[in-house]
Design a protein around this ligand. Sequence first.
Ligand SMILES: Cc1cc2nc3c(=O)[nH]c(=O)nc-3n(C[C@H](O)[C@H](O)[C@H](O)COP(=O)(O)OP(=O)(O)OC[C@H]3O[C@@H](n4cnc5c(N)ncnc54)[C@H](O)[C@@H]3O)c2cc1C
Length: 409
Amino acid sequence: MRRKTRTVLVGGGGITGLTAALALARAGFRVELFEQAEGFETVGAGLQVSPNALAVLDQLDLAHRVKAVATAPSAIQVMSASSGRQIVAIPLGTHATERYGRPYLVVHRADLQQVLASACADNPDIHLHMESRLDDVATHANGVTALVRQGTAMNEFTGLALVGADGVRSRLRELHFEAGPPIYSGLTAWRALISAELLAGKGSGGGNTESTQLWLAPNAHAITYPVRGGRYLNVVVITRAPLEAQSASDSDGAGEVKAAVRNWAPSFTALLDHKARWTRWPLYKAPRLRRWCDGPVALAGDAAHAMLPFAAQGAAMGIEDAAVLADCLRRAGDTGEEAGTALAQYEQARRTRVARAAQLARTNRLIYHLPPPMSWARDIGMTVLGGKCLLARQDWLYRWTPKKLEDPY
Ligand SMILES: Cc1cc2nc3c(=O)[nH]c(=O)nc-3n(C[C@H](O)[C@H](O)[C@H](O)COP(=O)(O)OP(=O)(O)OC[C@H]3O[C@@H](n4cnc5c(N)ncnc54)[C@H](O)[C@@H]3O)c2cc1C
């Protein structure tokens, strides 16, 4: 057993940062992870975890823990928001498991983060620093030194490399990569959790807790799926909204969502009769970056490539990044320069795939939000293709698996 003397610093304890910490520890590093928040998120909404993301969690021996808090929907029912009729059903469930070797899951974001955070807390090679804000970095021959604000103190930490997983508003990206601020997409996501008990009580439509439903309308769409063992239905409505019209506090989220879906079928709008807290989430993209790495400093996840959620791949790409960068760093020597070369390989390995996922999200945005008469052609096209064929078109995405790691140190 080799002693872990090489340290990697990770800025940000979201899904990407936590997965990166676990992958790095497994690849033989000590990890210092800095998260600015006091604790990990306990609120929030749902997340679809596709088989490619689950493959990484599997490699980290966490798939069983994720499965225990997740649901495997039987299908994605694509619905017409105007008629309330199903356009096509894309089979998931056992069909996805047979096709990709792993299920397609849906989970509450906080439940996934909790699985990752507790695995980090249990790992003696990972040191989690909460209430610790990464403020600045300097690179040198031995790697990188980070300046971290911890309460009123400013502390320095040194490592072979630093991974910036500090999200779409990444400070590291702005400081070290001279990038502009995130770009507002013109779209807002409204999110709510509706109790399955309430849904059952009222017997309303649109409240399917067996499958995922994707509702398509002109300039808007919604997605619903079960989370927390089917106890809640996660509902997300994405509409156009000018940024300036969005106040920070939304006293009447439900009112705004109702107005946005007023022409939709009753089988969907009935969902809004249930008491729920609707939260607004303006959607941003990361600015285009010339590079994600600079010597021993690399960006990962949303910090590098935040994309719109139309392909449900933002977190999945961050999870994949984590596995690839840990694998590249594992092969590096002990100098900052060698770490830099390894991180450049990471970027090279990831760029094309991430760009393809982001392109899929942009294409889906166009397709989902088509107005009539183009939407009629879309609906006919989807029906003719059929659910199995629509799923097979994503094989390149869902079939991805990380390289096999050598045995842990
Ligand atoms: C409506 C919606 C639906 C989505 N659905 C899906 C889906 O179904 N599937 C999917 O794969 N993806 C989905 N995504 C995308 C996914 O949520 C993101 O891609 C993912 O959460 C990004 O994770 P991250 O760790 O890279 O960034 P973040 O989650 O933003 O985490 C960054 C962390 O860094 C911390 N931080 C920030 N600055 C600092 C600093 N200076 N120092 C220390 N810590 C700092 C923050 O507090 C935060 O904890 C969705 C997104 C939206 C908006």
